[in-house]
Design a protein around this ligand. Sequence first.
Ligand SMILES: Cc1ncc(COP(=O)(O)O)c(C=O)c1O
Length: 286
Amino acid sequence: MNPKKNYPEEVYLNGKWLKHDQAFVSVFDRGFMFGDGIYEVTPFYNGIPFKLKEHLERLQYCLKEVQIEFDVAPLEKLMLEAVSRAGLSKSDAAVYIQISRGTAPRTHFYPENPTPTILLYSFPVNLENFKNRQWKVLVSKDKRWQRCDIKTTALMANIMANEEAVSLEFEENLLVRKGYFTEASHSSAFFVKYKTIYTHPEGPHILSGVTRKQIILLCQNLGIKVKEKAVHLDELVEVDEIFLTGTTTQVVKVASVHSREKELFRAKKNHITTLLQNEFIKLTRP
Ligand SMILES: Cc1ncc(COP(=O)(O)O)c(C=O)c1O
């Protein structure tokens, strides 16, 4: 199945495995009405989950932040089952999980005791060849809200940014808030300057990327200096390398960065990115 073209055959919805065209939620589901839900994507390398605990912990954190009462512990078993049912136990795949607040008459405040809607499925994903990619990236205004640490399904600002990028034949965006790079539309951003790696600090303006954390740990083990400090647009002239990280993105080199009018950055080197890519492969395919 090509995830870009097809739906997964089977999905888990609220306790049942169903053919995707037999799986329905109410029009009054708050996920549908408000984007009132949380999601998570976990990679599986050759059928083996990578950082599953970290993904489930982030999911639990986000649910808690928006007061959706749901214990993620039973999901691990379902995730493994999803991969196996999709026939992906020996290949590369990802599991998508979405938990909305549930169905209730429409109110802006949280309804009392709603039953969350749980959707979970596995899909094949190409986790090879990321080393060969060189992305051309568009700088866009970060129009997202002030809680980007919450992995909400309400992704309108990310979608608008990425649509602009893709329609102009860029692969990703670098989002800028008040002159500083925060992250990308669906990945985390790292900048190499004078052999030190800079990445925006955790907090309300970025998603706490699971891959981001692994890269920071790798750098610490390799003795590469990391500063969790935002990079300003004006500092681009001093930057040698930029790379983006994410669950399906993994570690991708940025070849160039552009505004709508002109090129702002062209990669001068790729040494540190290449080193981290090689180390990341060792981690994910031991
Ligand atoms: C906005 C944003 N930042 C960063 C990431 C990367 O996070 P992770 O490494 O946990 O996939 C994602 C992934 O979806 C994202 O949507």
